[in-house]
Design a protein around this ligand. Structure first.
Ligand code: CAA
Length: 379
């Protein structure tokens, strides 16, 4: 067993770390406070291969592996969680699904520009009545000659406002539950596809979270991803990959919480000493560091399994569960280390605290991850 990164992975981390420090971190406060979508940064990330890290170069990606993807997600999230979720949805929820399940024509038309950062994707699975219970899809899809017609409402769709392409899940028959679900690619601007609401949310202010409506939205039949009825498995297998990205995002947020805690604890003086000299602070810092290391190792292991082409449903769920809970604990403790200043918008602790919260909810809540893990262990 080898615990060190390969030379390629190490160089990739250096490149992304430098980019994140110079181009992403300086904008993070403004992106959060003004709710700005980081358009220019996303463009630069596309040029660096960060919008399709593990997609082969022949399809516009960086041609790296999934460990590199996890490394890159961590580094970008450490600088700005909003920017990192734009990256994760595009990489693992849309590009990866297209790479695994797309036809050659779909790869040429959509994957290559998505992985190269020229198009942006979003993933439309959740509905008002189908969040954790993803197979309870109500959005209908029916075939009429050479088109599919979509009708229904999706919500909590990250990136929907800015996305050029949506991977949409819908059912041919509600009574079939998982077995009736189809995955369809819908381009922005297709008549009948509208954004009905942009949600206001606690964190990730730099990204949109939208309700979208399909009203007799007609898409060419060749935009079906996979087969009719295969959509639920496509969604689940895609989320197995997506959860590695969110785990890495959570590790990045947790690492940022540790970074600011270390810095502040050495600077802040109380009772005539830097607060870093008090055990109360040291214990918080030590706990953060241990949990971050464990979360990072779980994340790398899930990514490594994916690189080996092995099933990683359980390992992705474990990584996502542990890393997201770690991010929330670390952000809470970072705020505590900062005392009253941690509660102020002038300091980044509150942003990490707000941004960390969603990692335990999207791409499957912590409760769903426990369910997935238990199911894998018991069956
Ligand atoms: N890989 C391959 N196949 C899988 C699978 C996986 N990971 N998970 C399930 N399947 C298959 C099953 O084997 C089964 O196949 P058969 O019928 O052939 O036996 C079929 O799919 C149905 O599986 P289940 O009976 O287990 O399905 P279920 O209805 O009980 O649901 C669930 C299982 C785990 C609860 C699932 O609904 C789930 O993951 N829910 C959470 C949804 C989620 O994560 N949503 C996130 C939205 S996207 C998002 O958040 C993006 C963002 O904003 C950034």
């Amino acid at each position: 067993m080898r615990f060190e990164l390969t030379e390629e992975q190490r160089l990739f981390r250096e490149m992304v770390r430098e980019f994140a420090a110079n181009e992403v971190a300086p904008l993070a406060k403004r992106v959060d406070e003004e709710g700005i979508f980081p358009q220019e940064t996303v463009k630069k990330m596309g040029e660096l291969g960060l919008m399709g890290v593990a997609i082969p170069t022949e399809y516009g990606g960086a041609g790296s592996d999934n460990v590199c993807y996890a490394i890159a997600m961590e580094e970008i999230a450490r600088a700005c969680a909003s920017t990192s979720v734009v990256m994760s949805v595009n990489n693992s929820l849309v590009a990866d699904a297209l790479y695994k399940f797309g036809s050659e024509a779909q790869k040429q038309r959509y994957l290559t520009p998505l992985a190269g950062g020229k198009l942006l994707g979003c993933f439309a699975l959740s509905e008002p009545g189908a969040g954790s219970d993803a197979s309870a899809q109500q959005t209908m899809v029916s075939r009429e000659g050479d088109v599919f017609v979509l009708n229904g409402t999706k919500n909590f769709i990250t990136n929907a406002l800015e996305a050029d392409l949506a991977l949409v899940f819908a059912t041919v028959d509600r009574g079939l539950r998982a077995k009736g679900v189809c995955a369809v690619l819908v381009e922005k601007g297709t008549p009948g596809f509208t954004i009905s609401k942009v949600e206001k949310k606690l964190g990730l202010h730099g990204t949109s979270c939208c309700q979208v409506v399909f009203e007799n939205c007609r898409v060419p039949a060749e935009n079906l991803l996979g087969e009719i009825g295969q959509g639920f498995k496509i969604a689940m297998m895609t989320l197995d990959a997506g959860r590695i990205g969110i785990a890495a995002q959570a590790v990045g947020i947790a690492q940022a919480a540790l970074d600011i805690s270390l810095r502040y604890a050495k600077e802040r003086v109380a009772f005539d000493k830097p607060i870093a000299s008090f055990q109360a602070i040291q214990w918080m810092i030590a706990d953060m560091a241990v949990q971050i290391e464990a979360a990072r190792l779980l994340t790398y292991r899930a990514a490594w399994l994916k690189d080996k082409g092995l099933r990683h449903t359980k390992e992705s769920a474990m990584a996502k569960l542990f890393a997201s809970e770690t991010a929330n604990r670390a952000a809470t403790k970072a705020l505590q280390v900062h005392g009253g200043y941690g509660y102020l918008y002038d300091f980044p602790a509150q942003r990490l605290f707000r941004d960390a919260r969603i990692t335990e909810i999207y791409e499957g809540t912590s409760e769903i991850q426990r369910l997935v893990i238990a199911h894998q262990l018991l069956n």
